[in-house]
Design a protein around this ligand. Structure first.
Ligand code: SF4
Length: 221
């Protein structure tokens, strides 16, 4: 996957991860109408042991083959920048270069419908599980119900976001669930009612990644 330029910055593919993805994948029906079959992750898998997991590609992501671009992606970039690089005014794309960003389901569902359980299971088994093994994250941020379903087998963002969840018993991996940025946009973006809670969750996630603060502040807005 080539670098993709978004405004002033470039979203790079995840280095040395391309062999994980099969652009001829036919494991579920979603490949049939996708422009990009199996959208690859972006960012790095090495510097920070972390993963940000969205739901599935939207129209822009399907066309360009990169996760989280378009308005929802810019909102996510803004929150990540404020959480990880609060003192940096000039490198808005830095978070996207340094953080591993992917989707639970790699092909776009038509009309942006939610993927069904079979589609989620197929894609998680084939790709997300292998991404987790390769990145070996200690902290994962699940954006929205599809990501929560894929990682934890549960939905209900408002309830799940109240605490960290252990991903599996064999490794020290913890998941924080928050709203999908498309939902935050739908509720008015940065001036809407969902933004403070979303930003607080991303800040909490960054604190864990940067300082290992999980458990010190379990309070959700
Ligand atoms: S959604 Fe995932 S499992 Fe289904 S065809 Fe695309 S890459 Fe394969």
């Amino acid at each position: 996957m080539p670098d993709v330029r978004l405004g002033f910055f470039v979203v790079p593919p995840a280095p040395q991860m391309s062999s994980l993805y099969d652009h001829s994948c036919t494991l579920c029906p979603l490949h049939e109408r996708a422009k990009t079959v199996c959208v690859e992750a972006s960012g790095q898998s090495t510097r920070l042991r972390t993963m940000i997991v969205g739901e599935a590609p939207g129209r822009n992501e399907d066309e360009l083959g990169v996760p989280f671009i378009g308005r929802a992606g810019r909102l996510l970039d803004r929150a990540l920048h404020m959480a990880f690089y609060p003192d940096s005014k000039f490198v808005l794309g830095r978070a996207r270069r340094e953080l591993f960003v992917t989707n639970a389901v790699k092909c776009r569902p038509q009309n942006n419908d939610n993927p069904d359980e079979m589609e989620i299971d197929a894609c998680v088994s084939a790709y997300l599980t292998r991404e987790i093994e390769a990145v070996n994250p200690t902290a994962l941020l699940a954006l929205g119900n599809v990501a929560a379903q894929a990682l934890l087998g549960e939905t209900g963002v408002s309830r799940l976001r109240e605490e960290w969840h252990r991903l599996d018993s064999d490794a020290e991996r913890y998941v924080l669930v928050t709203y999908h940025p498309a939902y935050v946009l739908y509720r008015g973006g940065t001036s809407g009612e969902a933004w403070p809670a979303f930003l607080a969750d991303v800040l909490k996630f960054a604190q864990e990644v940067l300082h290992g603060s999980r458990g010190q502040d379990q309070t959700a807005l």
